[in-house]
Design a protein around this ligand. Structure first.
Ligand code: F0G
Length: 441
């Protein structure tokens, strides 16, 4: 049996109630489960057996773990057999970061190319259980692409609010192709998010941003699947990009539940990396670490957040209280990285034959910085989470390799980035000799 519980005032509400935050105190809600016979080896045996099943709900990297998910009948589940994403060793990236080894779990290998699918399978399933026929979200791109796909699978209407001209083209093209109604808002993500919440409170639209706790239940299975792939041995540290802070919160909850159920003995340190121009959690973390007021600190939004990693261009993240909880549970931390560091790290992830979108590359940039500062030991067992596929934002990649990447700085000035690991194009006349010469023969 699952319940909704406010993380602030601890009030409980039934999961059949259509609420996004606590009706009493506006706190964020968790889905919680009564502790039952599902513990330790019982869980892992059932979960391991399902990997060999021919059924979609068993093979899904989310629903495979359904003992710790909100109840849903098999016919109600909207799944694209998401998850099942690989963990890859990245030796060049490890060397780049100064680590002895480093691995990536690439959530960009999900059906729509980002980790959002893990949350949308549970979110859209819950929408159906509540009788919703239309769903909505604000998005920097991936949430809208994923919601549009899952809504289409479920026969629901999708409405997406995106900051005009500020999302990567791959993501926009997906939302259009999957049939969503796309509203380009003249504002940034924080404006779109505020408006989507206001509209959802006054209309039949069911909101599927990560403020919705059912989304995060799907995303917490990132921790479950990672542990299953590693034979239930936790790494020392898990590195996650931070934008609206839903994913880092969800992963922390996943590890915490595994610990509570006796599946793992300790939590990996959850380490969140933000872009320097969109770093409200990092700023808050510095104040928290310095113990100025400790637990009653509030996040101060960054107005006009800026970064070329548009997925995480967010100044007022909704889930910050849950992200802080995850940091406390796991003795984790927060780091920030520059635009140059993100661009170079992304190119290095490409060199390992893996590739990712810019927001995902903050992970490698963050580890490198933390190793250099002595905050991460080169011997640590670290898994970094890549959140989006390399094809999501081809403009960024091509501009980097063409030496043409630039961003607008805080005072409106254009700042050119160096393409330190560029793989430049060769322009060659359409002649055999010229080609042989260009090839070096
Ligand atoms: N990486 C990618 C590729 C993302 O799309 C996002 C968020 C994040 C990291 C950050 O995750 O918000 O849970 O902290 N994208 C959202 C969207 C905001 O609308 O697609 P977070």
């Amino acid at each position: 049996m699952s319940l909704l519980r406010c993380i602030e005032c601890q009030s409980d509400f039934p999961t059949s109630q259509r609420i996004y935050t606590c009706p009493k105190c506006s706190g964020l809600l968790d889905v919680v489960y009564e502790v039952n016979e599902f513990q330790g080896g019982h869980l892992t045996n059932a979960w391991d057996q399902r990997r060999a099943s021919p059924k979609s709900v068993d093979r899904s990297g989310v629903w495979r773990f359904r003992e710790l998910l909100p109840e849903a009948g098999e016919a109600e589940i909207v799944t694209m057999v998401e998850g099942n994403t690989q963990i890859w060793d990245a030796p060049r990236c490890a060397e780049y970061a100064g680590m002895n080894r480093l691995s990536f779990k690439h959530l960009g290998m999900n059906p729509t190319g980002s980790f959002k699918d893990l949350g949308m399978t549970t979110g859209v399933t819950q929408a159906g259980r509540l009788g919703a026929t239309s769903v909505a979200c604000a998005s920097t791109g991936n949430t809208s692409a994923s919601m549009a796909a899952y809504a289409a699978r479920a026969g629901m209407k999708a409405f997406v609010f995106i900051p005009s001209g500020q999302i990567a083209l791959g993501k926009l093209s997906q939302a259009l192709d999957y049939g969503a109604v796309v509203l380009q808002i003249d504002g940034d993500f924080d404006d779109a998010m505020r408006l989507a919440q206001e509209v959802a409170n006054e209309s039949p639209l069911y909101l599927l941003n990560s403020v919705n706790p059912f989304r995060l239940e799907g995303q917490k299975t990132i921790a479950f699947e990672m542990m299953q792939q590693r034979g239930w041995q936790a790494p020392d540290r898990v590195i996650v990009p931070g934008g609206n802070l839903g994913n880092s919160s969800a992963i922390a909850k996943g590890f915490h539940e595994l610990m509570e159920r006796g599946v793992i003995a300790r939590m990996p340190k959850i380490t969140i990396i933000q872009a320097e121009g969109a770093n409200p959690l990092y700023r808050m973390w510095l104040r928290y670490r310095d113990r100025e007021g400790a637990d009653d600190l509030k996040l101060e939004p960054v107005i006009g957040a800026t970064t070329l990693a548009t997925a995480i261009k967010i100044g007022n993240p909704i889930s910050w209280p849950k992200a802080m909880r995850g940091l406390r549970w796991s003795a984790g931390g927060v780091e920030q990285v520059t635009e140059q560091e993100i661009a170079d790290a992304k190119a290095m992830i490409g060199r390992d034959g893996i590739g990712c979108e810019p927001a995902s590359a903050v992970t490698l940039a963050g580890v490198k910085k933390m190793v250099a500062a002595g905050d991460v030991n080169p011997d640590e067992d670290v898994v970094a989470i890549l959140t989006g596929h390399v094809l999501k934002d081809p403009d960024f990649t091509v501009n980097y390799h063409a030496g043409a990447l630039s961003y607008v700085g805080k005072t409106g000035e254009k700042v050119a980035l160096e393409s330190r690991y560029a793989n430049a194009f060769a322009h060659v006349p359409a002649e055999r000799d010229a080609i042989m010469k260009a090839l070096g023969f």
